[in-house]
Each structure stands twice: as structure tokens, then as C-alpha cells.
Ligand binder design. Structure first.
Ligand SMILES: [Zn+2]
Length: 181
């Protein structure tokens, strides 16, 4: 049994032809070449070969094969790919962040619209209400687990922003004083 996935189309004087992107087939015309039949390596169906070393029955299976190969490669070389990415980022940090900034500047409206579409305050609030206890427990657990880290962060922040913090406190103090007059 022959299985051809593509719709037969009329291609002048070519029974089976393969032109990179399109597999053309016309079942009614006489064969010019006979490449025989083969099992598709992806779906295992028997198909008529459109060239001598055809392994896949049609475009869909070619596509699946490509995806599968890419996946296998990236699984096998995960660490290598990650290291390459890191190295590239390190070498091109300035360029990449400039690109990001430029992209953001150029597409600000689009990006913000998308953010608004995803972020909905009403659902957010509802979610928070529903999961209040869970969230509280989570944040408490996080605080307990990372006590030292948080302390250090806070200390570093205070150290770095000493002047700012003092100025704010002063402003609050005088505002209160003025209000009570
Ligand atoms: Zn196939």
C-alpha cells in the first residue's frame, strides 16, 4: 500500500519531484524516476520515495524529525549550550542590554499593553484573598529560613542609603511638627 500525505497536484511532466520546500506529486502521470518505496523513519508508513535517499514520507514528518533532532541535541549538550550562552552574554553584555533597552523603547506601548492584559488587579486581589493563609505561611517560612541573609541585605541597604533614610525621617519629623502647630 502506498501512502502519500500530500494532495496530488499537477506538476508539468514531473511525477515525483522535490524542490527543497515542496514535495510535489502527481499520481496520474507516468513515472520518470522510480525510487521505490520506503518506510518513513518518523511514522513508519510506507511511502513512495521522492528522491533516492528520502527517509520521511512528507513535510510534516520532515518537520517532526527536525524538531526531534534539535531536542536530542540540546538534551545531550545542555551544559555546553548553557556555557556558550553564558560566555556570549559575558562578552556582549553591553551590546545585549543596549539592544534590550532599544527594543523596550521602541515597543513600549505594545509591551505595556501586553503586561496590562496579563496583569489584572481584580483577579490578583481575589487570588491573594483566597490564598492569604498559604501566602502568609510561605513568607514566614522564607523569612525563617533566610533570616541571616535578609538581615545582611537590610543592613547593607541601610548602610548604603544612610543619608536618604535620615533625610526622610527628618522630613517626617518636621511634617508632624508643622501639623501639630
Ligand atoms: Zn511519515
Amino acid at each position: 500500500m502506498r501512502k502519500i500525505k500530500m494532495k496530488p497536484i499537477n506538476v508539468s511532466n514531473t511525477t515525483l519531484s522535490f524542490n527543497r520546500k515542496k514535495i510535489k506529486f502527481d499520481a496520474k502521470q507516468a513515472k520518470r524516476h522510480d525510487f521505490g518505496d520506503a518506510h518513513c523513519v518518523v511514522c513508519d508508513e510506507v511511502f513512495t520515495k521522492y528522491h533516492n535517499s528520502a527517509k520521511m514520507c512528507g513535510r510534516e514528518c520532515v518537520r517532526l524529525r527536525k524538531i526531534q533532532r534539535r531536542k536530542t541535541y540540546s538534551e545531550k549538550n545542555r551544559e555546553k549550550i548553557k556555557a556558550q550562552g553564558r560566555a556570549y552574554y559575558k562578552a556582549n553584555r553591553e551590546k545585549i542590554s543596549a539592544q534590550h533597552r532599544a527594543h523596550h523603547k521602541k515597543n513600549r506601548k505594545k509591551i505595556n499593553a501586553r503586561k496590562r492584559a496579563v496583569y489584572c488587579p481584580a483577579t490578583q486581589r481575589e487570588y491573594h484573598e483566597e490564598n492569604r493563609e498559604k501566602r502568609n505561611a510561605q513568607s514566614k517560612a522564607y523569612g525563617e529560613k533566610n533570616r541571616e541573609k535578609i538581615k545582611a541585605q537590610k543592613g547593607a541597604y541601610r548602610e548604603k542609603n544612610r543619608e536618604k533614610i535620615r533625610a526622610k525621617a527628618r522630613a517626617r519629623y518636621y511634617a508632624k511638627k508643622d501639623a501639630s502647630k
